[in-house]
Design a protein around this ligand. Sequence first.
Ligand code: UDP
Length: 340
Amino acid sequence: MDPVIRSELDTLHVQLDSDDLPSRNVLITGGAGFLGSWLCDVFVKAHAVVYCVDNLSTGLKENLVHLLGMKNFVFQELDVARPDLEDRRYDLILHFASRPSPGEYRQHPIETIAVNAEGTRNMLELARKTDARLLLASTSEVYGDAQIIPTPEAYWGNVNPLGPRSCYDESKRFAETLCIGYHRTYGLDVRIVRIFNTYGPRLRSDGLYGRALSRFIDQALSGRDITVYGRGEQTRSFCYVTDTVAAIVKAAASPRMKGEVVNIGNVYEVSILDLAERIQRITNSKSNIIFLPRPADDPQRRCPAISKAKQLLNWFPRVNFEDGLLRMITWFKERRPAKR
Ligand code: UDP
């Protein structure tokens, strides 16, 4: 396994209690993706039997190579929007399948809607039949261009239903509604985590899959222009992956989370221009920052209220931003091919 990730996982396990990892058979959808693959690592290391499914539309098999062939890890290439998954007895379903990057889901609106609507329905039916607990990976995007900052779970959101981001925002909102419907109708144990911007090793930087933070690092290290959209005054609050994953694992385990929704993120808010300048400085890059047109409906500010997560999960983010950026940049440098 990648040495940076191995050491991060060791630190992460120290933060978790044994009560946080009780599940025996865990199904992880989107398990080849950024967060999904971290979750596979955490549960395999905790000796759960992990069934990972992914259609590899955005996830990468290279995130899982070190797990393939292990006795407690099974990978299946499959689209969860099609209901052909085995009715095995699962204890926990972590539903993470979806295209998460704005550039990407804008290009694939129907597929994005299908995985969040039909895919979530299929996973809920599976949970109902096998009496499993289900945790839905929802998103800060359900708040759209939030008018309340920091944004609490009680905020209803400000989403354009016809805009270019709506295929993701509205289908994640629908997925939440579906989960609560199953909880109310069948008493199914569902939990919803609204995940805010997360960064760390395995966050893709390439093409449409790339997110601002990873793309800027890639651009800075390879001397290409750093592409800031608009004037870069829009903000995001970035949470390091081990903090996000610890919160997800705790949310999946906590008896207090049944039927609940919780924000997961870091409250440290930075502008996108500030982010670009920091990365330029830390990497000693000769790249120029250039300004490109801002995509439609790009949220102006994003920052979570996390008092509910602190209270319900006894969790708070531990990695500060400068430290996390350095760790991410180290990983990036170590995995870059020598010639580029
Ligand atoms: N962004 C940017 N340059 C890029 C990619 C993104 O300035 O090359 C901006 C984007 O407009 C948004 C922010 O950075 O305001 C975060 O974008 P990201 O793609 O990471 O995801 P989002 O938080 O919008 O879901």
